[in-house]
Ligand binder design. Structure first.
Ligand SMILES: NC(=O)c1ccc[n+]([C@@H]2O[C@H](COP(=O)([O-])OP(=O)(O)OC[C@H]3O[C@@H](n4cnc5c(N)ncnc54)[C@H](O)[C@@H]3O)[C@@H](O)[C@H]2O)c1
Length: 380
């Protein structure tokens, strides 16, 4: 087996989710490559050492520049806050490494375009971790759409609702709350949550051509962790938008961190002339499907328990009826990436594909600011 020597930049939430994927990949997927956890890199030396020990990285490197250029590294995985993605990805690509980057690709379109230019010039394999495409129920939804089962699409709905920033006492910035600091995150729920919904919508329903949005910052000032001062909040706390798709259907999207009672209510629905599909992350092993062509006395919603061996990815796991979880979406994504290297067929979403999601995010934020329809650059 060929080694795939990994430098992991970031030991937080995604650093752990991805490390798990590297460790479990070969247990479930027959591939010619075997990930080797070579270098762990993070800002806090003590925490990086602990992370490396727990997950089994061979060594620790406090300086990400050294980690991405190391001769014994083949692949750089970027699991750091959004303001660092561009610099690390560019350095890694120029060093000839494969680059896997967390979403959103960057803070804005200008950064994302630079990244695409450099990565394509370097010609290195790359992927952005829009992992929800690899939840078997969502991959199955794509299969049913491609089989023509929902007919002509009319409506797409995507929500992502959380409730963790309602208190004005929650500060902004620093290592733990960089998502609330516009400098580090680029935007609020648009880049953090809507980006996932936009990627899934592109995957299932094709390009979004124009949008009109309303965003709100409910808490206007928060103490900044780094300065200790109360500072204006620059992120969007909630964002809703209407979209037109190239295929003529209409989209309705909502993301917020102010939906009391919801931790990660991520739902999507697609309605077409011949059927509908519904997904809810809180019951991620199910896909709901309405088939119009059934005889009318038995017509109705059916709940597909997506655990059979003929369902996407499920032949790699347990017996029918037994479920897999959130972490497996990362293992599945990694398996597809490695398969892409082995077959020479690049996996999606790559940096260029993720740039289109970034363009929709930026169009949404521009629309929210200027109160008008904004084109995304994609055409019918
Ligand atoms: N795919 C998903 O579903 C998903 C879920 C959560 C987060 N994310 C994305 O993953 C990225 C990381 O998010 P997270 O939740 O893991 O964050 P986190 O705060 O849990 O971890 C961030 C890590 O980055 C490290 N870091 C920050 N600046 C650094 C620097 N200059 N050099 C080296 N290390 C540095 C920190 O030490 C920390 O280990 C973000 O882009 C986020 O949007 C994606």
């Amino acid at each position: 087996m060929k080694e795939l020597r990994v430098a992991m930049v970031g030991y937080g939430f995604m650093g752990r989710a991805h490390s798990n994927a590297y460790k479990r990949l070969n247990d479930f997927f027959p591939l010619q490559h075997r990930p080797v956890l070579k270098v762990a890199c993070g800002r806090n030396a003590e925490k990086t050492r602990t992370f490396a020990k727990v997950w089994g990285y061979e060594r620790v490197e406090p300086d990400w520049q050294k980690a991405v250029e190391a001769a014994d590294v083949d692949l750089v995985d970027i699991c750091t806050p959004n303001d660092t993605h561009m610099e690390i990805a560019i350095a890694a690509a120029r060093a000839g490494k494969m680059v896997l980057c967390e979403k959103p690709l960057a803070r804005n379109v200008a950064e994302a375009e630079t990244m695409v230019e450099v990565i394509e010039k370097a010609g290195v394999p790359n992927m952005v971790w829009y992992n929800y495409r690899r939840v078997p129920a969502i991959t199955l939804a794509k299969q049913l759409i491609d089989e023509g089962r929902i007919g002509k699409p009319f409506h797409y709905r995507g929500n992502f609702l959380q409730d963790w920033t309602i208190s004005p006492e929650v500060p902004q910035g620093g290592a733990g709350l960089w998502r609330l600091d516009v400098q580090a995150a680029g935007s609020g729920v648009t880049g953090d949550l809507l980006a996932h919904n936009i990627d899934a919508a592109h995957y299932l329903n094709g390009p979004i051509t124009r949008v009109v949005a309303k965003a709100e910052t409910f808490v206007k000032e928060r103490k900044h962790v780094l300065t200790g001062k109360v500072e204006p909040v620059g992120i969007d706390d909630a964002c809703l938008f209407i979209a037109e798709f190239a295929n003529g259907s209409l989209g309705l999207f909502e993301a917020t961190r102010y939906a009391r009672g919801h931790k990660a209510l991520k739902t999507l629905e697609l309605n077409g002339s011949d059927g509908s599909l519904k997904f809810d992350l809180e019951e991620m092993e199910y896909l709901d499907y309405f088939e119009y062509k059934s005889e009318s006395h038995v017509r109705g919603w059916r709940r597909i328990h997506v655990t059979n061996s003929e369902h996407p990815y499920m032949d790699r796991y347990w017996v029918p009826g037994l479920v897999i979880g959130y972490e497996h979406s990362f293992i599945n994504a990694l398996a597809d990436f490695v398969k892409g290297i082995e077959t020479g067929v690049p996996v999606q979403p790559d940096f260029r594909n993720a740039l289109q999601t970034q363009k929709v995010c930026e169009a949404v934020l521009t629309s929210a600011r200027e109160g008008r329809w904004v084109e995304t650059g994609a055409t019918a």
